[in-house]
Write a protein that binds this ligand. Structure first.
Ligand SMILES: [Zn+2]
Length: 118
């Protein structure tokens, strides 16, 4: 089983951990034979999912589509938000200002403003 990393904060998402995934693949339409790309899985840890969902819309059509899907997940059930708080309990106090700030050790890789980077 391969290890996943949060796209936004680079946190490692081990097997059994809670996170949100955006799946994306591409295929031709109206062309035979139909071509289909491999599927990509883009993962976000619970904190980043909630932070993104509560933030302003990102720029770019693909980013916007992904953002709306994350908002759907966060808005439809409190489980993801609860998972974010569970994870935060271990690092409380390290986050002056906003509890939803990126918390990864390598948060410098996050885009300015912290939005999707495809
Ligand atoms: Zn993250």
């Amino acid at each position: 089983m391969d290890i996943q990393y949060c796209l936004r904060c680079s946190r490692e998402l081990a097997a059994g951990q809670k996170y949100a995934a955006v799946y994306m693949f591409s295929q031709t339409v109206g062309i035979k034979p139909r071509q289909k790309s491999s599927a990509q899985r883009i993962c976000f840890c619970p904190q980043c999912s909630v932070s993104l969902a509560m933030g302003p819309p990102p720029e770019g059509a693909l980013n916007l589509a992904a953002w709306q899907m994350i908002r759907d997940l966060v808005g439809s059930d409190p489980a993801l938000t609860e998972a974010a708080w569970e994870n935060l309990s271990g690092v409380a106090g390290l986050l002056p200002g906003s509890v939803l700030a990126p918390t990864g050790t390598d948060s410098r890789r996050a885009a300015p403003g912290g939005y999707f980077e495809f």
